[in-house]
Design a protein around this ligand. Structure first.
Ligand SMILES: [Fe+2]
Ligand SMILES: [Fe+2]
Length: 419
């Protein structure tokens, strides 16, 4: 059995996350170095189940689910295994590993190969995490809302169904906090339509987070007359009007909302005084800075990607302000908004875009702060009901979403050395 489409979704200096769309057979085992695990996949077609599994799935009990098809053929007609993921830990930094798999009645085979990241110099000082584009309140995904959450009725909470954006955010926060994040930054598009109920719901979710939350607003949080900041503040999440900073060991988080005005604008705004304030905050921390925005800067004079980001002129002026403040090589700018993972140089500045919690691939990002630099690792939220939902959204836009959104491994997992 070769060609099992396992994906090396995430690597850092000591672990890797493997993910797959469908398990190729019962008794699946994976070996990476000294790590070995027998895996249980969650069913692909959770839409056909009458409940959301809350742990490993008894596949034998899932005979009614649809099997996973690719290229017009079932991967294994006798097996209903669906998407899954496994976290491989205890790996050596900067080391190449074979991913070896086997299943019942099938010989061991090479399923993939991964290389762990080489961490920056010095001690590990702190960790933080981000979530982006939560869109609490969204009911459907894809063009014309064709991808629907048939699980909402099954995952009923005390007050009714738990919608997929809520499940995705809860699981992402839980996993990021368990990973060791000291702070979680929510990088905008907290809500879908900015209704009062949506803002209240996201505020309550943040209030339950086991670690402090810093939240900034996106264009979807700017669509009604609801006083978003007041509702969030009532539940303990303060979103300043002006750029602000929070210091962690080894890094200063510098944050700003890039959506303004009474009407919803997809594009962002970063006027020069705000850019100057961001650069000043970054420079005054006495340590490297990580700058979180909702909108990424446009890379070209005319927008080439939808939805539009910060206009080219404003983005370039922002990069120039960072350079003028002497922090261009000791900062990292990270954004959301486009629900995709990308990494690029913007003039002298490193920029990453990180995808949404609630649609494919469904992620949160972790940052390890070292004395000599910063490591980003983007992991898929692994809770089975969330993974099954985000896997379902892969097929949006006639399957193009599954190709567009995840980016390359190097877009998601990388190290930036402070100069
Ligand atoms: Fe968004
Ligand atoms: Fe957005």
């Amino acid at each position: 059995m070769t060609g099992w489409p396992i994906e090396i979704f995430a690597v850092d200096d000591c672990s890797a996350q493997l993910a797959w769309r469908a398990s190729p057979g019962p008794g699946l085992e994976v070996e990476v170095g000294d790590f070995s695990a027998r895996l249980q996949a969650s069913p692909k077609a959770m839409l056909a189940l009458d409940r959301v599994p809350d742990g490993p799935v008894d596949v034998a009990a899932c005979t009614g689910v649809r099997r996973y098809w690719e290229g017009g053929r079932a991967l294994d007609p006798a097996w209903a295994g669906g998407p899954g993921s496994v976290l491989v830990e205890g790996l050596e930094p900067g080391t190449c590993y074979d991913v070896v798999a086997k299943a019942d009645g099938r010989p061991r085979f090479l399923a993939g190969r991964l290389r762990t990241l080489r961490p920056p110099e010095g001690r590990l000082l702190s960790r933080f995490a981000t979530v982006s584009d939560l869109h609490i309140g969204e009911r459907r995904f894809g063009v014309m809302g064709r991808v629907r959450d048939a699980q909402a009725g099954a995952a009923a909470g005390p007050d009714g169904p738990v919608p997929y954006p809520v499940r995705a955010l809860e699981a992402a926060i839980e996993e990021a906090a368990a990973w060791g994040a000291e702070v979680i930054v929510a990088k905008g598009d907290l809500t879908n339509l900015t209704t009062a109920a949506e803002v209240r719901d996201v505020a309550l979710l943040f209030a339950r987070c086991p670690v402090p939350v810093e939240a900034l607003l996106g264009n979807h949080d700017n669509n009604s007359r609801v006083n978003v900041r007041a509702v969030l503040a009532r539940h303990g999440t303060v979103v300043p009007w002006q750029p602000w900073a929070r210091d962690l060991a080894g890094v200063r988080l510098v944050l700003a909302s890039t959506a303004h005005g009474e009407e919803r604008f997809h594009r962002g705004q970063l006027p020069q005084p705000v850019a100057r304030q961001l650069a000043r905050l970054a420079a005054e921390g006495g340590r490297p800075a990580w700058i979180g925005l909702h909108h990424p800067p446009e890379r070209w004079p005319f927008p080439t990607v939808y939805p539009p980001g910060i206009p080219f002129g404003e983005g370039r002026a922002f990069a120039a302000e960072l350079a003028k403040a002497g922090v261009a090589s000791t900062c990292w700018v990270s954004c959301g908004h486009r629900h995709r993972n990308r990494c690029y140089r913007y003039g002298p500045v490193l920029v990453t875009e990180v995808s949404s919690t609630k649609d494919y691939p469904g992620v949160w990002a972790g940052y390890k702060v070292f004395e000599g630099g910063l490591l980003q690792v983007v992991r898929r939220t692994a809770r089975p009901d969330v993974l099954s939902w985000t896997e379902t959204t892969r097929r949006a836009m006639n399957g193009q979403w599954g190709r567009w959104s995840p980016g390359r491994l190097a877009d998601r997992c990388l190290v930036h050395h402070w100069a």
